[in-house]
Design a protein around this ligand. Structure first.
Ligand code: PGA
Length: 254
């Protein structure tokens, strides 16, 4: 029902030379059960799209502006990402929320812009360490999910990434029980709002996913894949994560 998704976010890393890593990835992965998405810096989107050729690898942006065009120096619209070869865009990553003060309302507007341009939005949400320690995780995740996901979202146009802020780039991860609790909560919350279509939304976990923890994370119910930062930069690190997801997908086939 939900095709598993291994998404890599290169953040502000990589130049044209880094695309050689992608070649290795393309050679190693052709499973139809898992979708692979790479979100390189915007400067590399067109080159990556050209390089992948007929390979089913998806290419995505890391952010887009909420407006379709206009006087917004330095920003990129969803339509421009699409024009460069992207079919996905990440919105609301915690680094955007923290470094650029993006609110849930702005994230929802960006997701609507992505949808209008025909892109699938990967909407990121997640609690800070202080919020988790104060027992507010589900409150925060629920609020962000309600306010960042547009009403018109569907499982086809929208992916949700649960990324605890304190787990991003730190080597720390929640316990499997904690991840399972949040994913189960997100599915129920989506069901209350979107009804039966909630079953089609893919829910990714993100935050210090690596080869050594991927197998156990992918075994958690309602974890449909991962959003991977640091470990997506090198094929040697990302490939075993994709492989773990391929195995998880295969083990579920009838
Ligand atoms: P990380 O980043 O895998 O390096 O922790 C995840 C993310 O920011 O999406």
């Amino acid at each position: 029902m939900r095709r598993r998704l291994a998404a890599g976010n290169w953040k502000m890393n990589g130049t044209a030379a880094s695309l050689s890593e992608v070649e290795k990835l393309l050679e190693a992965h052709l499973s139809p059960n898992v979708e692979i998405l790479l979100c390189p810096p915007a400067t590399l989107i067109a080159q990556l799209a050209a390089k992948k050729g007929q390979h089913p690898l998806m290419v995505g942006g890391q952010d887009c502006h909420a407006a379709a065009s206009g006087a917004h120096t330095g920003d990129i619209s969803a339509e421009q990402l699409k024009d460069a070869g992207a079919t996905y865009v990440i919105v609301g990553h915690s680094e955007r929320r923290t470094n650029h003060g993006e609110t849930d309302e702005q994230v929802a507007a960006k997701a609507r812009a992505a949808h209008a341009a025909g892109l699938t939005a990967v909407i990121c949400i997640g609690e800070t360490l202080a919020e988790r320690e104060a027992g507010q995780t589900l409150d925060v995740v629920g609020r962000q999910l309600d306010a960042s996901v547009p009403d018109a979202a569907t499982g086809q146009t929208t992916v949700i990434a649960y990324e605890p802020v304190w787990a991003i780039g730190t080597g720390l991860t929640p316990t499997n029980e904690q991840i399972g609790e949040v994913h189960d909560f997100m599915r129920s919350r989506l069901s209350a709002r979107f009804g039966a279509d909630a079953a089609f939304f893919r829910l990714l976990y993100g935050g210090s996913v690596k080869a050594s923890n991927a197998v156990e994370i992918f075994a958690i119910p309602d974890v449909d894949g991962a959003l991977v930062g640091g470990a997506s930069l090198k094929a040697a690190d990302f490939s075993p994560i994709v492989q773990a997801l391929e195995q998880a997908a295969e083990s579920e086939l009838p």
